[in-house]
Design a protein around this ligand. Structure first.
Ligand code: ATP
Length: 696
């Protein structure tokens, strides 16, 4: 496994970013302990941590560290290592953050052929720094991107890790309470108890670690218990199964009974919430419950099969549980202290392609969501590294000879999410796949095939949906998308996608079961606060927090989810995918980014795979980025920063030039200062508003 760490070339300011910097970096100067911890880190990581920290305290600006790459290339590992070393160098306790990663691993990861913990959620973990350069708070924001994983069996993949850990590690007493002492042989969600001794032992150890992590983050006994109850209920629902023909009902009533009993509700209540949505709607109408809720349900009561209803309930329960756990983590990490700036660590599920595992199947809906998010982040990388740098050079009239590489991420992105035109022409429909799916799903008697037909018609007309980004496949219901600048084409199979994207009343009903659970357990407000959230926001975790920084970050997300498009498509799962990506990019847009391009040279274990490595490197556009770094002026500071810097170094000189600065002609002042300081003019370029240092 090789992890290549690079950074966007113009993304770092000079390390001498402020006069007070040295005093804000006491650990390196004074604590030998810190030096040791930095030596422990791989050199590239140690350098990165140091640079980001110095830049953060020097410029007082937010920074983001964003990992990109295929699934299994070490993004999560690198993000964890980065966070760990940041905390070590400032001599801050790491236990709570370590506990957070342990919990996220159990609840948000599955084991796959590439990794024993492959992420199924995106996260932004913000470390807030105070004026002393110390961490004052942590804030976790998450997006559960694959709630369907809890009920979907994929070959070579497990369910969320927490299930096997719980089944292997629960105490006998708790097992009896949760009715898990005698487990049925089959489970329609593929939740299985580990059978091999070694696996069982590993899962059991992981469960013990999970319990310790929960205690470190002050989860109360009641809260922990409620969590096991929900997981057990999901397990029992999987064991109960749904009838494939005839009435919509459970197959195994004993397991259904066990599910309702651990949730603290009547069997009839569970049955209604899962299968009998019309009864619930009638009841709501009769009792006059929330008009808005009724409207949304009425308009979109799809005819679901029994197993779609059951899947919807499990996915809804798991999504709520995950976001509740994120809230409990934030409760332990939050603080009201004022913060100077933050580092946002961004980790998302990597690009997934069944071909990487030599699988014949086409990729599924959740894989499209993950791959789309990767493309959005790559687009952000491209814009920051090339487009914005060149725009700045042009604006400051600095001549840099460089041809900007084309980004095919934008082509793929628009092929997936391009919004419909305001005025629709008769034969032209340049909207992206998500919009086409959304519209066709709402059209009576339409199908996934009809959606693909529309995409092909648009491609044939060459009317906006980029012809190079999508390709028709011979197999029915399949299309190929040229991900990672065409280096990693992924074949998608749209079979059953409507089932995933249509609004599922069972998923929405999950929250009502949580209210019952809240009432039946001692922690009466654990799940209830989220009840008022609109359905589109249900997958978002970490929307709480009272500190100024947390409010700002959550404000960005809320704004994205309440803006124009979100208001129109309040109940569209397809558009939620776009909004999640928008929210993530908006959240990190203003921060100074560092991109960690992770690549794996041995994707299939044993041998060094040169073509695979070449394809991954190509998509990072690293050669072009290096070229721009060489030919451009990556190290830069504003004229006022420059003034502060030299003021600190040479007060007498600055005193003489103070009058020019006062006259607000900073550029002229800086030029004269350079002559005075006898600095080689070739190495400094004074732009319209900035000083740029050439590395040559
Ligand atoms: N530098 C490395 N050297 C060797 N193994 C590594 C390295 N980094 C990560 N690994 C291992 O590779 C596997 C995948 O790592 P990780 O979960 O961090 O990948 P990821 O890119 O986050 O995957 P996903 O996108 O699926 O979440 C893990 O088993 C991890 O222990």
């Amino acid at each position: 496994m090789h992890t290549l760490t690079t950074r966007a070339k113009a993304n770092m300011p000079l390390t001498h970013a402020g006069p007070n910097l040295v005093s804000l970096w006491p650990p390196l100067q004074t604590h030998s302990k810190v030096r040791e911890s930095l030596w422990d880190a791989p050199p590239a990581l140690a350098a990165l941590v140091k640079r980001v920290y110095l830049s953060l305290v020097g410029t007082r600006r937010d920074h983001s560290v964003c990992a990109l790459g295929r699934s299994g290339t070490g993004k999560t590992t690198t993000c964890q290592a980065f966070t760990h070393f940041v905390l070590q160098v400032i001599v801050s306790p790491v236990e709570r953050v370590h506990a957070m990663f342990t919990i996220l691993r159990s609840f948000g990861c599955v084991s796959s052929q590439h990794s024993d913990a492959s992420s199924r959620f995106a996260m932004v973990f913000s470390l807030d720094f105070n004026h002393a350069g110390q961490v004052s708070a942590g804030h976790l924001q998450t997006m559960m991107l694959d709630k369907w994983k809890v009920c979907q069996k994929t070959p070579g993949e497990s369910n969320f890790l927490v299930f096997s850990q719980m089944l292997a590690g629960l105490s006998t007493e708790m097992r009896t309470e949760l009715q898990l002492h005698q487990l049925p042989e089959s489970n329609s969600f593929g939740i299985l108890q580990p059978t091999k001794v070694e696996e069982k032992q590993r899962a059991s150890v992981a469960f013990t670690k999970l319990l310790t992590a929960m205690e470190t983050l002050s989860f109360s006994v009641g809260e922990q218990k409620a969590i096991w109850h929900v997981l057990a209920a999901i397990y029992h629902l999987g064991a109960a199964g749904a009838c494939k023909v005839g009435r919509r009902q459970f197959v195994n009533f004993d397991s259904a009974q066990a599910a309702s009993s651990v949730l603290g509700c009547e069997a009839e209540e569970l049955d209604t919430a899962v299968f009998k949505h019309h009864l619930r709607q009638l009841l709501q109408k009769a009792t006059g419950v929330s008009r808005e809720r009724n409207e949304s349900d009425e308009g979109e009561s799809p005819r679901l099969t029994a197993s779609q209803c059951l899947d919807g309930m499990a996915a809804g329960l798991y999504e709520e549980l995950f976001t509740t756990i994120v809230s409990l983590i934030n409760r332990a990490l939050s603080s009201e202290q004022l913060a100077l700036a933050s580092v946002m660590v961004v980790d998302t599920p990597g690009l997934r392609n069944p071909r990487h595992c030599a699988e014949e199947r086409g990729a599924c809906w959740s894989e499209l969501c993950h791959n789309y998010l990767q493309e959005r982040l790559l687009e952000h990388y491209h814009a920051h590294t090339f487009i914005h740098s060149l725009e700045r050079y042009a604006q400051e009239r600095i001549n840099v000879e460089f041809e900007c590489p084309e980004s095919s991420s934008s082509e793929v992105v628009s092929a997936i999410d391009q919004s419909p035109p305001q005025v629709r022409a008769a034969d032209v429909d340049p909207r992206g796949l998500l919009w086409v799916l959304d519209e066709e799903m709402m059209t009576p008697a339409s199908s996934e095939g009809a959606a693909l037909e529309r995409v092909w018609r648009a491609v044939l007309h060459n009317s906006g949906v980029c012809v190079l980004a999508v390709r028709q496949c011979e197999q029915p219901l399949q299309c190929e998308v040229n991900h990672l600048t065409g280096c990693d084409p992924v074949r998608y199979d749209l079979t059953g996608w409507f089932g995933r994207i249509q609004n599922n009343p069972s998923t929405l009903n999950a929250i009502t079961l949580y209210i019952i659970l809240d009432q039946s357990t001692c922690c009466s407000t654990m799940f209830t606060p989220r009840i008022s959230l609109p359905p589109l926001c249900r997958g978002l975790g970490g929307l709480e927090g009272g500190s100024q920084r947390a409010l700002q970050r959550n404000g960005t997300i809320r704004k994205t989810f309440s803006g124009g498009m979100a208001a129109i498509r309040r109940h569209s799962q397809c558009i939620a995918v776009k909004l999640q990506a928008d929210a993530l990019v908006n959240l990190i847009r203003r921060a100074r980014p560092v991109f960690l391009q992770c690549v794996d040279a041995k994707p299939n274990g044993g041998t060094f795979d040169v073509p695979a490595l070449r394809a991954q490197l190509h998509s990072t556009q690293i050669l072009s980025a290096l070229q721009l770094y060489r030919t451009g002026y990556p190290e830069h500071m504003t004229l006022s920063d420059f003034r502060c810097y030299f003021q600190a170094l040479s007060p007498p000189i600055m005193k003489r030039y103070a009058s020019i600065f006062v006259s607000h002609d900073e550029r002229k002042a800086v030029e004269e200062l350079l002559v005075e300081l006898d600095i080689d003019k070739k190495s400094i370029v004074v732009g319209a508003s900035r000083v740029r240092a050439c590395l040559e």
